[in-house]
Design a protein around this ligand. Structure first.
Ligand code: ZN
Length: 98
């Protein structure tokens, strides 16, 4: 299922970016060898296709697309998630990068 949605601009955080969103889903791939065929199922990544530049901060479609693909880190948000996990008693043994 593919749908058009409005998401937050990765740069200015306003909900103005129009994207075509393709959720992650399973696809099958059949490979044939001489004696047998093998079907492999794999999960595709969710995908955003940016349709419009940001009307608020004027970032171009390309810039927004790139930021979405690379994932714009939000250290504040990450920190809050980590804090919440700690409160719940999770043992966080991995190194954090902020
Ligand atoms: Zn923006």
């Amino acid at each position: 299922m593919i749908e058009e949605v409005i998401i937050e601009c990765p740069f200015c955080k306003k909900n103005v970016i129009k994207v075509i969103f393709t959720p992650s889903h399973f696809e099958s791939h059949t490979s044939k060898t001489s004696s047998k065929s093998k079907t492999v199922f794999y999960k595709t990544k969710e995908k955003y296709e940016v349709q419009s530049p940001c009307t608020n901060c004027d970032k171009s479609v390309n810039e927004i697309q790139k930021a979405l693909e690379q994932g714009v880190r939000n250290p504040e948000k990450d920190k809050k998630v980590l804090e919440r996990l700690k409160e719940q008693g999770f043992d966080l043994n991995f190194e954090t990068k902020f």
